[in-house]
Design a protein around this ligand. Structure first.
Ligand code: DGL
Length: 356
């Protein structure tokens, strides 16, 4: 090669008009919308049918076409990954979605991803992806509490806001986000708090990360726990996930549920205990018997907020139990399931519950 040519080429490539990062500042962000179903894709018989509608009927392109304003803020393309009511979510759907998300996130021309999803298990999919998505690029999960056919359907504005956030530089590096009702919540802390109202998603006590107001994306804090690029978990090679289920605590509880889960051969049990994650004496013995069979036990709480502390009214050291810290039972189940893809060591798993 004529050595004189190299410096000229180098100078040309550094020229502002040619540098990719400068042109990227002028073009609209490329956002991929992955549709999975739910009420946001739901339809009802009349414009006032806000219950009794059919979820998971409207295809992704129709969702996009219903919001022509998207073209102002991003270049979007849609994919229908699957079309379900999210109470029917399975580990197989999660693995399919996570693998497609990670494929897209590795593409240099993809700036962010939006996932449209039913709200019933939206917080769980969000947390699952928070643990296994391998990029700092925004991944934003969005749903709706009213079907697309309803008066004041919240889906279109939620979708517009989600695409705005997914294409924003401000959202980079904040983990998987849930955007609904003009609020931005973290995947780890958000939960569905009302069966039917548009403001259902909240991060009780720990609070929102930010807001969308008009076309402004405004953040006020960062998630404190490990996620996405800083996660040690990798499901790229997984074709199935460990089986972890939840047993619920209440006054006069028997050991029936715990014994049934153990007999079914689960890999882990999360106990949604009363108060500080407390089982009764009867269920504590059932959990101990399950542990003795090699089943991992995590004590969470049905309470909804606060820390489940080790060795409070239960001697977790003696029982070799793990505590969920502040993760609610449905999220503790996800972290235990993912942790079991790496280890069955309870000290290691307890570390994970204190870090994620
Ligand atoms: N069947 C529920 C689901 O798909 C509908 C609730 C919703 O999406 O808001 O999660």
């Amino acid at each position: 090669m004529n050595i004189g040519f190299v410096p000229i080429l180098f100078l040309l490539l550094c020229h502002p008009l040619l540098r990719a990062d400068d042109t990227s500042e002028k073009r609209l962000p490329n956002v991929v919308i992955l549709a999975t179903g739910g009420t946001i894709a739901g339809s009802g018989a009349t414009s006032t049918t806000t219950v009794g509608y059919k979820p998971a009927t409207v295809p992704v392109q129709a969702l996009i076409d219903a919001v022509p304003e998207l073209k102002k803020v991003a270049t979007v393309q849609g994919e229908q990954v699957f079309q379900i009511a999210s109470q029917n979510m399975t580990n197989e759907y999660w693995l399919k979605l996570a693998k497609r998300v990670n494929e897209l996130l590795q593409q240099p021309d993809v700036d962010g991803i939006v996932i449209t999803h039913g709200t019933d298990t939206l917080e769980e999919t969000a947390y699952f992806l928070n643990l296994v998505a391998k990029s700092a690029k925004p991944v934003v999960i969005v749903g709706a509490m009213r079907p697309s056919t309803a008066l004041s359907a919240d889906g279109p504005i939620n979708l517009y806001n989600a695409v705005l956030v997914a294409g924003s530089k401000e959202a980079v590096g904040r983990g998987v986000l849930v955007c609904m009702n003009d609020q931005i919540n973290s995947a780890r802390d958000v939960t569905k708090t009302n069966t039917s109202t548009a403001d259902t998603f909240k991060s009780p006590e720990l609070g929102v990360l930010g807001y969308i107001q008009g076309d402004r994306v405004a953040f006020y804090r960062l998630p404190a726990r490990r996620h996405t690029l800083n996660s040690e978990f990798d499901i790229s090679g997984a074709d199935k996930l460990p089986n972890v289920e939840i047993a619920y605590g209440f006054a006069n509880v028997s050991r029936t549920t715990v014994d049934a889960l153990a007999a079914a051969g689960v890999d882990g049990i999360v106990y949604a205990g009363v108060g500080d994650g407390n089982p009764s004496e009867v269920t504590e013995q059932a959990l101990a018997d399950a542990r003795a069979k090699g089943i991992l036990i995590v004590r969470s709480a049905r309470v909804g907020n606060g820390i489940v502390a080790r060795n409070s009214e239960v001697n977790d050291d003696k029982r070799d139990f793990v505590v969920s810290d502040t993760l609610n039972p449905q999220k503790a189940r996800i972290l235990l399931m993912i942790a079991l893809t790496k280890t069955k060591d309870t000290k290691e798993i307890q570390r994970m519950f204190y870090e994620y």
